[in-house]
Design a protein around this ligand. Structure first.
Ligand code: F6P
Length: 366
């Protein structure tokens, strides 16, 4: 099959590196004389038929730019569409046939979808309906098992680590406990890696249930040893032994409606009341998704984008570009969505953290 025209879209929560993927995939396509349409705001662009024609000029100078020039959405799910004027949260509609129609109407030969878990699920459904899709895995959460690393994660990790560095000096000056809340959904990668890199004292992750008394004892022991401050790094999805998580809100129409958040404030109150040490919460939130990508993410995104276009040329539809052993690989989208990648409580990273004296606030692990 000769490829003459492709579509590309960025969907789900944004992250640094999206533009670098769009640039690499588009440059690869344009070098083969293939036209590229960039659909706006994820799958919404294919519902509303809103796109821009991508030329060399469109992607010039965007390698280092955060966000996405195409816009993104984690609400536009064509299979359960809730956005006005076509649907509402009370009356979602299945507009997948509209997407299929617009794909054909625009005479597209293939589509590159750049997104996380939710986008991959939607992509797989469209593949099953006959759409030739190649996917690229994106998420700061790094929670996809089918690839060694998603782009965007390294940038988020750097932001969180820098925050921990900065919180150390103010915690030291005021002899406080600082609780820094990272993103990551149901995986503790950002929290664990930034806590190791930034020298956090306690790290709480969804994979290892915590206990308030273990946290309190650890902080009191530090104080008894003359350490007048402590840094707690809490993943937004951290769970206590009762399985409770802090939920900030639910978002109707989103592929994963639950938005986690609020654990740092909860812990700050608990620690201050039980230890008598002044405590403060710092929620990093969307700063972890903003701004320019790190050198690693620019590099990784370029490899992902270029590989995705190569896969289209080879007819590898229904597959996702993957990063394995510092090289590019391909895996079935269906396999990529089967399992989340989560921290192994008995793995090397947790072991190393324990060996340098960190606590997971856990009675079982330490
Ligand atoms: O999946 C990326 C992510 O940033 C998560 O870490 C976080 O839980 C969620 O998205 C936040 O979503 P929103 O942008 O809708 O607040």
């Amino acid at each position: 099959m000769t490829i003459k025209r492709i579509g590309i879209l960025t969907a789900g929560g944004d992250c640094p590196g999206l533009n670098a993927v769009v640039r690499a995939a588009s440059k690869n396509a344009l070098s083969h004389g293939i036209e590229v349409l960039g659909f706006k705001n994820g799958f919404d662009g294919l519902v509303r038929n809103e796109f821009i024609k991508i030329s060399g000029d469109t992607v010039s100078g965007i390698l280092t730019l955060g966000g996405t020039i195409l816009g993104s959405s984690n609400l536009a799910n064509p299979f359960n569409y809730t956005l006005p004027p076509f649907g509402t949260p009370e009356k979602p509609r299945d507009l997948s046939s509209v997407v299929m129609h617009n794909f054909k109407e625009n005479m597209l030969d293939a589509l590159i979808t750049i997104g996380g878990d939710g986008t991959l699920h939607m992509s797989q459904k469209f593949v099953e309906m006959g759409m030739p899709i190649v996917a690229v895995p994106k998420t700061i959460d790094n929670d996809l098992s089918a690839t060694d690393q998603t782009f965007g994660f390294d940038s988020a990790l750097h932001i969180a680590t820098e925050a921990i560095d900065r919180l150390h000096t103010t915690a030291q000056s005021h002899h406080r406990v600082m609780i820094v809340e990272t993103m990551g959904r149901y995986a503790g990668w950002i929290a664990l890696r930034s806590a190791i890199a930034g020298g956090g004292d306690i790290v709480l992750i969804p994979e290892i249930p915590y206990n308030d008394d273990v946290i309190v004892n650890y902080i009191q022991n530090r104080k008894a040893k003359g350490k007048n401050f402590s840094i707690v790094v809490a993943a937004e999805g951290a769970k206590n032994e009762q399985g409770e998580q802090a939920i900030a809100r639910t978002v109707a129409g989103s592929t994963d409606a639950i938005r986690l958040g609020g654990i740092a404030n909860k812990l700050s109150d608990m620690i201050e009341s039980k230890t008598g040490i002044e405590s403060r919460a710092c929620v990093l939130g969307h700063t972890q998704r903003g701004g320019t990508p790190t050198a690693f993410d620019r590099w990784l995104s370029t490899l992902y984008g270029s590989k995705a276009m190569d896969m289209i040329l080879e007819g590898k539809f229904g597959y996702m570009a993957a990063f394995h052993n510092f090289g590019m690989d391909e895996v079935k989208i269906a396999d990529a969505i089967a399992n989340l990648k989560r921290v192994d409580p008995h793995g090397a990273e947790v072991k190393a953290a324990l060996e340098v004296g960190m606590s997971f606030g856990s009675r079982e692990i330490g």
